[in-house]
Design a protein around this ligand. Sequence first.
Ligand SMILES: Nc1nc2c(ncn2[C@@H]2O[C@H](COP(=O)(O)OP(=O)(O)OP(=O)(O)O)[C@@H](O)[C@H]2O)c(=O)[nH]1
Ligand SMILES: [Mg+2]
Length: 287
Amino acid sequence: MPHATLEPPVTLDSSKPGVRTPDSAQSEAHASGSPHTGEPRLLVSLATYNEAGNIAALIAEIHKVVPHADVLVIDDNSPDGTGRIVAELGEKDPRIQVLHRPGKLGLGTALLAAMKFAMAQNYDYLLNMDADFSHPPRYLPGILAGMSKYDVMIGSRYVRGGGTENWPLPRRVISQSVNMLVRFLFRMPVKDASGAFRCYRVSKLREVDLDRVQSRGYSFQQEVLFRCHKAGCKLGEYPILFENRRAGASKVNRKEAVRSISMILYLGMRNVFGLEERCQKPVISNQ
Ligand SMILES: Nc1nc2c(ncn2[C@@H]2O[C@H](COP(=O)(O)OP(=O)(O)OP(=O)(O)O)[C@@H](O)[C@H]2O)c(=O)[nH]1
Ligand SMILES: [Mg+2]
């Protein structure tokens, strides 16, 4: 299967005048963040496709809970103007930036772009959320507190105290079954491997061979967690209630669901037969 390509022509808007390419942006020292508060530098990433009804309110709510966070929106040229809304917010608030991609390139490649951005900009933590309020910002302090012990903290629907709001039985059964399958195939000690509400320690992400990630869509969540686990990251979970999206429509469709499950089966079988063991990024020691 082909590896996901991550370098589409993208542009980065921020409060600074002009439009910069990611490369030039990455080579600049980052002006915002929290170097003076002593808090770890936190980047919150939000992948968006047609989230105009949610995005401004969500960013405001995130900043109420974690004022020191920078927010990066990865927008795939949303027809409803989500990218433009964020660019306008960024003109007034230096904590807000948007990466414009030319078209709908998939959730997985959006999150991978956020990871590369967080590494290039030397953030301490990268925290990803859906942009539709399904991942309520009130959980951010709990998830961030877990980072004192873990390298990846998962906002988890399936640990005690977590859950989903009004999901019909078939959706609950499918989601739980996929998670059971993932636990078995990938041998990962987590209950929720499919949610996107996660915080990553950026220094540990550098040890993960992200170039090997093959998923472009929703199976990115399971695959990247597996690669983090293989790279020795400590995985923790914090209970969340996954709420219904506040505005807009879901982007999940049958084709994407089938593609994701096929990818999970493919990678899972490779793992079961030991084919993934040989493919880890070599850890380079300075000593
Ligand atoms: N940049 C980008 N973002 C995407 C893409 N597909 C989905 N997203 C975003 O990824 C997040 C999750 O997508 P949703 O459609 O909400 O999927 P979901 O949460 O599994 O499904 P619902 O519970 O039905 O909303 C949202 O913020 C979407 O806007 C994509 O191709 N590119
Ligand atoms: Mg959603």
